[in-house]
Design a protein around this ligand. Structure first.
Ligand code: HEM
Length: 270
């Protein structure tokens, strides 16, 4: 079967201005043009040394299938929720103390004393539910549109791992305020993990950092919550997006595929 080489999508006019007509003044005229020129020169400077523009263009200016709709924004919305969690999490980490005796007090300090602390804490807390809801909606969209089928099976599998990691983030984050509710709820959660076949007991021992729930359990949860799992999510998300750009997105199931003109000609003349 002939391999289709589609032309690269055009660069939008706004970022690829046409050359000035003869007789017109060259060079920037007002402040806005100076600013645009400065931005373009900076990007050119970086591109000359890294050749990153080709990759960025390949990633961003892709053709999307006919019928693409709002449901296709759910993956990006999940990514935005993750980025918001990462940013608010960094600010919380500046004040949070993962020690059994000081964790609760540090959260109280964030909520009552730190400038905008309660706001950032609430964004992080509610943001975790938002991310969980969005990831399920995105998974539902890809499932109902048949996007898990060939050649996107690997992207589905990566998605499943991302789902497990996102749930792990929500579970490990729940313990961190170290109040009565988070403490007892986490004991229940860890015990439920322990009932899993074969790996269950090892998993709960790993989560507890020992046979009993103790002071080191909190540091274990904190390390998993702010280093191990977000790192894995960021790396897998990069690979997930690379595959989306490489394979393109699936057309909605109700849109009938039209073979490109060239392929139609080839099948007629063959
Ligand atoms: C951190 C979580 C995730 C992020 C940030 C993310 C991000 C994205 C983005 C931006 C897209 C392209 C736009 C779109 O179709 O919405 C996409 C596509 C896709 N995602 Fe995810 N995703 C995540 C989790 C998942 C999960 C849990 C699954 C399924 C188990 C999944 C399966 C897929 C598949 C199969 C595609 C290709 C869709 C198509 O070809 O139409 N993703 N993802």
């Amino acid at each position: 079967m002939p391999k289709l080489k589609l032309p690269a999508p055009p660069i939008p006019d706004r970022i690829n201005p046409k050359p000035k007509r003869p007789g017109k003044k060259t060079g920037p005229e007002d402040l806005k043009e100076h600013a645009l020129e400065a931005g373009a020169s900076t990007v050119d400077w970086i591109d000359e040394r890294t050749s990153l523009a080709g990759g960025a263009r390949w990633m961003m200016f892709r053709k999307v299938p006919k019928g693409t709709n709002w449901f296709y924004t759910l993956g990006s919305a999940t990514m935005f929720a993750f980025l918001s969690q990462a940013v608010t999490g960094v600010f919380l980490a500046m004040y949070y103390d993962p020690s059994a005796t000081r964790a609760y007090e540090s959260i109280r300090y964030i909520n009552n004393e730190v400038f905008l602390g309660e706001f950032v804490h609430a964004m992080h807390k509610w943001g975790s539910s938002v991310m969980v809801i969005l990831i399920f909606l995105h998974m539902g969209r890809t499932f109902f549109f048949g996007a898990y089928k060939y050649p996107r099976e690997l992207n589905w599998v990566i998605g499943v791992v991302l789902l497990v990691l996102t749930m792990t983030m929500a579970f490990t984050g729940y313990l961190l305020p170290f109040d009565q509710r988070s403490y007892w709820a986490t004991i229940v959660g860890v015990n439920i993990n322990g009932t899993g076949p074969i790996v269950g007991p090892y998993l709960s021992e790993f989560l507890r950092a020992g046979p009993y729930f103790g002071a080191t359990t909190l540091s274990r949860f904190y390390a998993i919550h702010m280093l191990l799992v977000p790192g894995a999510i960021a790396a897998l998300m990069g690979f997930h997006l690379y595959l989306v750009a490489k394979l393109g997105t699936t057309a909605p199931p109700w849109v009938k595929a039209e073979p490109p003109e060239k392929l139609r000609e080839e099948s007629v003349t063959a």
